[in-house]
Ligand binder design. Structure first.
Ligand SMILES: Cc1cc2nc3c(=O)[nH]c(=O)nc-3n(C[C@H](O)[C@H](O)[C@H](O)COP(=O)(O)OP(=O)(O)OC[C@H]3O[C@@H](n4cnc5c(N)ncnc54)[C@H](O)[C@@H]3O)c2cc1C
Length: 360
């Protein structure tokens, strides 16, 4: 077998690590000049989104021998709405760094790969399909899947974020549910350390043209974060992503091409979590190649999670600021903590209950 992996991100590198365990050295092709060569941002792994897995980091280590060091375990989660605030005590999961940082998840995975990564690759999918027996499409976007008519886009999202300097607790993550700066979306703060954090707003692109006043929304969000933290945060870096695609491929495997990570559709529509599914699709593609499990069947639970997450997204999008106030108020205290830390897959349950009431 001659295997090419297109993209040295989470799913591509996880696939390579898994193949190497079976003595297979794939050709790893990365378009950029180094792993994670893009802006730095904070991301999280929340256990409520990974059920039945309760601890993503332990699960990846114990089950798949993939070792990741997060920034911190999240022991406090603060949710703000326009008029309410809920402070919840965990454990909730982990925060981590992405992009061009020595401790980013992609940098950590790259260290676990023995095969040399070929950077500044200009190979196209069409070339790779001709030259290799198998191709793993792990480019982190829908492009190639769309080109072979294998992708359905469900929504696109605008994301704007910044690295800020201030005083933070590494163990505390915050989010804001406030239509004034993140209509039908969210804002969040994820610390990188006690002195640095990432703040981001993300909201779906709507017909009204949500990009029009992005600058205004961003200033309002930044001011809100400074007010809530009672700090004058210094912005040291910024990023903006327009039309970040959330959708699913129709066929996870076509012939000898495997669509993994975001090319598969790993980003869950509700709040955009995609790291664990991305890593898992990489592992599952490798397992299929070595005869362990069929990729299409292995990824089916992720596809089902995606549909449930879409139902929740639709329900969430129908909520105005006052409904979010009620939600945040009811999350306060033991009830919220119980909901977020229970062994029960509450999101699955909620999606099933809401499904008859949400327009599909
Ligand atoms: C701002 C933001 C915040 C997020 N927050 C969270 C979060 O908090 N929690 C969470 O779970 N998920 C989050 N996600 C989603 C998560 O980051 C993605 O689901 C995950 O990174 C997808 O992994 P991947 O392997 O598909 O792509 P990536 O990890 O992005 O890797 C793709 C790689 O392919 C390379 N590439 C692209 N084109 C080519 C080509 N033609 N040839 C060769 N290489 C190519 C790229 O340079 C890149 O290195 C967030 C996403 C964004 C954008």
């Amino acid at each position: 077998m001659e295997i090419a992996i297109m993209g040295a991100g989470l799913s591509g590198l996880a696939c390579a690590i898994q193949l190497e365990k079976y003595g297979i050295s794939p050709m790893i092709l990365e378009r950029r000049s180094r792993v994670g060569d893009r802006f730095i941002n904070g991301e999280i792994l929340l256990s409520i989104f990974s059920r039945p897995v309760r601890d993503d980091i332990t699960f990846l280590a114990d089950r798949h021998q993939i070792y990741l060091h997060p920034t911190a375990n999240i022991s406090e989660f603060i949710v703000h709405s326009v008029n309410e605030k809920a402070t919840l005590t965990g454990p909730f999961g982990f925060s981590n760094i992405r992009g061009r940082h020595e401790n980013s998840f992609e940098s950590q995975l790259a260290k676990q790969v023995k095969t040399k990564i070929q950077f500044q690759s200009e190979y196209t999918y069409e070339q790779l399909v001709k030259e290799f027996t198998h191709v793993i499409v792990a480019t982190g976007d829908a492009g190639y899947a769309e080109a072979v008519q294998n992708y359905q886009t469900d929504l696109t999202v605008t994301l704007k974020g910044a690295t800020v300097e201030g005083d933070f607790s590494r163990y505390q993550v915050m989010c804001w549910l406030d239509d004034r700066f993140a209509p039908k979306g969210y804002g969040y703060l994820i610390p990188f350390s006690e002195k640095e954090a990432n703040i981001t707003i993300g909201f779906p692109d709507h017909e009204e043209g949500s990009l029009d006043n992005l600058k205004e929304k961003w200033s309002r969000f930044y001011e809100q974060v400074c007010t809530d933290l009672d700090q004058n945060l210094k912005i040291t870096d910024e990023f903006e992503i327009n039309r970040y695609v959330i959708g699913q491929c129709s066929m996870p495997r076509i012939g000898n091409s495997f669509f993994t990570g975001n090319c598969f559709g790993s980003v869950m529509p509700l709040f955009g979590f995609g790291q664990l599914p991305a890593i898992l699709t990489g592992i599952y593609a490798a397992e299929d190649l070595v005869g362990g499990m069929a990729y299409i069947e292995a990824t089916e639970p992720l596809r089902q999670s995606y549909y449930r997450s879409m139902t929740l997204r639709k329900a969430f999008q129908s909520m105005g600021d006052s409904a979010k106030d009620i939600m945040v108020r009811s999350l306060s205290g033991r009830l919220g903590e119980r909901l977020l830390t229970t062994k029960v897959d509450v999101l699955n349950l909620a999606a099933r209950l809401l499904r008859p009431f949400v327009k599909q």
